[in-house]
Design a protein around this ligand. Structure first.
Ligand SMILES: [Zn+2]
Length: 86
């Protein structure tokens, strides 16, 4: 499946002079299979910070670690990430 996203850089409100980037998955993204589509509805799998689909790798008391995925966990299709102009 193709995961096209736009990248927006904004000033970081918590530290002056710094910026952060928001990666937004295009709304018309077609998921490779219904299972992954449903999964993404139930769990926020897209990382705006990384611009990648992620799965939760480990959970601690105050945070969790996310691992980016390059293949669909359900049907195994490769996920092609591409940044597009907004
Ligand atoms: Zn799939």
């Amino acid at each position: 499946m193709d995961a096209h996203y736009t990248k927006t850089t904004r000033p970081d409100p918590s530290s002056e002079g710094k910026t952060y980037s928001d990666h937004t998955l295009l709304k018309n993204t077609i998921h490779c299979c219904d299972q992954f589509k449903e999964f993404c509805k139930k769990f926020p799998s897209w990382s705006y910070e990384l611009g990648r689909f992620t799965i939760i790798d480990s959970i601690t008391y105050d945070s969790n670690t996310q691992t980016q995925i390059n293949y669909c966990p359900f049907c195994g299709q490769k996920i092609k990430y591409k940044q597009v102009k907004s």
